[in-house]
Design a protein around this ligand. Structure first.
Ligand code: ADP
Ligand code: ASP
Ligand code: MG
Length: 591
């Protein structure tokens, strides 16, 4: 007997006939002898309708009351779903988040799960009932109803699968799996038979709305097998699984975040702690910050740019202006109407020329790249929103993703799922602070050199040309960061292995001379990498890491973030001290 969690999204329960169809799927599993927990979303676009209703009353609704309102959507569906199961002759019980005991913190409208009690659900499963759980909602320690953020039912489902040690978590939705990019944007996208947790985490957090990013944090932390499949047609779907089970592709997918804005804090005094103050000011206001780029200081001042979701831009501007005043920066500027296109893939770490290829594909379509950041498994480029769809198409085509569906489909649904019972101790460990940031390691890499182009003309294709030349020279670049252009000039930095520094610097100088730019190179830098799960979404990490570095007088030269990694580059002579500070701040043992 297996235990399976089945989640049905809004479109999969949009009307009574779809609710009955979903119930039939659960009943079939149940009749095959498995225990079934269903997690359901609000019907169709009901959550949007509730949001609009609130907006008709006030433009500043209280977050607590929003949660009270939005949680009703899922409550309707659970009741109807239980009735549907009854009508099919099966014992079933609906439960709201509070009834299950999904405990969250009190951050209304974006609450994080602290713990889930398994007793109620187990009791019902053991007496043979199907449990129908409301997605997206929980309860805080004071008994207030909370919600997990839009799209949060995925997180409820995977979290329940984790605490119940389910054999499989099926996500039923309106697409038949995870595609190389959103098939609504690009019909030529292809379905991936498998995708690694880290790739899915990046895809989701960089804009692929098909899965709530936090659900993949749970999946990775607790090793939950997640199968994304269609509610409306049978098929193998996509298995989200450990990297060892997923096909190793250079690029697996392209994600688009269509509504991005860029803030630039200009003329920030170049001293330890300045960038920390800017970023932590934003993150402590609950604003998710991405693509943080600081250019080389000139005359003791630097510019710091970052991107935020356009929906947060007003609040972000208020915070940035306040912090700019406090630290004596020259001012804040903001550009709206941008979009972020990201290529994601586990294989890019070890393959040269990936960045160059991506930038060349954009240049060929005359799409200007406004800012670049990379991590080991993703490259993000900021472009004009009007270019977004064409940019996705260009990157998708250049990596041949129309034909990406290599590897074989999983046979998970036909295999007999055998459950290995978990010990009570393990369950307790799973429950504590379920959604806390999980840091795995912090490493110091002293083998890198940093090369920066200064005053590079900001014309379409310049990044492509630079990385084409660098690729031809046989150089494998690691981090790449391109700052916001000012007065038509941008800065572009990259790191390479120190042993290739001579070649990198010479190549860079030749490239720079041809374009009237300069090159600054630092033969040895220290790169610190923190790996874990949920690094970007737990925005407070910037607070807890940049602060102690700043206090020790350590200046950060370059930062790049992803969901699974935070890289910072500091001066090589400060590497040892920096790693000791970070390990202590993270509660990791000394090496
Ligand atoms: P649900 O209501 O079932 O939770 P969502 O609308 O949240 O469904 O997610 C499914 C949608 O995600 C698809 O219809 C698709 O347009 C979109 N999507 C975005 N990126 C991808 C991707 N890489 N693969 C598949 N679907 C994607
Ligand atoms: N109903 C919620 C929403 O629309 C949660 C979800 O569907 O996952 O955001
Ligand atoms: Mg969804």
């Amino acid at each position: 007997m297996a235990l399976v969690v089945q989640k049905f999204g809004g479109t999969s329960v949009a009307d009574p006939s779809k609710i009955l169809a979903a119930a039939r799927k659960a009943v079939a599993r149940h009749q095959a002898g498995d225990q079934v927990v269903m997690v359901v979303s609000a019907m169709g676009k009901q959550t949007d309708a509730l949001v609009r209703l609130a907006e008709e009353i006030t433009d500043r609704p209280s977050a607590r009351e929003m949660d009270m309102l939005l949680s009703t959507g899922e409550q309707v569906t659970v009741a109807l779903m239980a009735m549907a199961a009854h009508s099919l002759g099966v014992e079933a019980v609906s439960l709201a988040g509070a009834q299950i005991g999904i405990r969250t913190d009190s951050s209304h409208t974006r609450a994080r799960i602290r713990s889930i009690s398994t007793d109620t659900i187990r009791g019902h499963l053991d007496r043979g009932a199907i449990v129908i759980a409301a997605g997206f909602q929980g309860i805080d320690q004071h008994g207030n109803i909370t919600t997990l953020g839009r799209g949060g039912s995925d997180t409820t489902a995977v979290a329940l699968a984790a605490v119940l040690d389910a054999d499989l978590c099926e996500i039923y939705t309106d697409v038949d799996g995870i595609y190389t990019t959103d098939p609504r944007i690009l019909p030529a996208a292809s379905r991936l038979p498998t995708i690694a947790y880290d790739e899915m985490l990046e895809m989701a957090s960089l804009g692929a709305g098909v899965m709530h990013a936090r659900s993949i944090e749970f999946a990775k932390k607790f090793g939950v097998k997640v199968l994304v499949r269609s509610s409306f047609q049978d098929g193998p779907g996509t298995l989200i699984a450990p990297a060892t089970m997923a096909a190793g592709r250079t690029v697996s997918g392209v994600a688009l975040a269509r509504n991005e804005s860029r803030l630039t804090i200009e003329g920030v005094p170049d001293e330890p702690g300045s960038s920390h103050r800017v970023v932590s000011g934003l993150t402590s206001a609950g604003i998710a910050v991405d693509m943080i780029v600081q250019n080389l200081a000139q005359d003791g001042r630097a510019d710091i740019s970052c991107t935020v979701a356009s929906s947060d831009v007003q609040q972000a501007l208020e915070v940035a202006r306040r912090v700019a005043g406090e630290i004596g920066a020259a001012g804040v500027s903001c550009q709206e109407g941008l979009a972020k296109v990201s290529a994601v893939g586990m294989g890019m770490e070890s393959e040269q020329g990936v960045a160059g290829k991506m930038f060349a594909s954009l240049a060929a379509k005359q799409i200007n790249v406004q800012m670049i950041t990379t991590s080991e498994i993703k490259i993000s480029a900021l472009v004009e929103r009007a270019d977004a769809d064409r940019a996705v198409q260009a990157v998708h085509t250049t990596f041949g993703l129309e034909l990406a569906a290599t590897g074989s489909d999983s046979d998970l649904d036909t295999a007999t799922l055998e459950r290995t019972p978990v010990s009570p101790l393990e369950v307790v460990q799973r429950l504590e602070g379920m959604e806390d940031l999980a840091i795995e390691d912090c490493q110091l890499d002293e083998s890198q050199a940093l090369v920066t182009f200064v005053d590079l003309p900001d014309t379409p294709g310049v990044a492509a040309e630079v990385f084409e030349e660098i690729g031809k020279a046989g150089l494998l670049v690691d981090m790449i960061v391109q700052s916001e252009p000012r007065n038509g000039k941008a800065e572009l930095s990259f790191t390479v292995a120190s042993e290739n520094r001579e070649l990198a610097a010479t190549t860079a100088r030749t490239i720079a001379e041809a374009r009237g730019a300069r090159v600054a190179d630092i033969p040895h830098v220290a790169k610190l990498s923190i790996t874990g799960v949920g690094i970007r979404s737990h925005s407070a990490i910037a607070e807890s890491l940049f602060q102690p570095l700043a206090e020790a007088g350590i200046n950060i030269d370059l930062v790049s973030t992803s969901e699974v990694r935070l890289n910072v580059v500091v001066a090589s002579e400060q590497g040892e001290e920096a790693i000791a500070i970070l390990r202590q701040a993270l509660g990791l043992a000394e090496e």
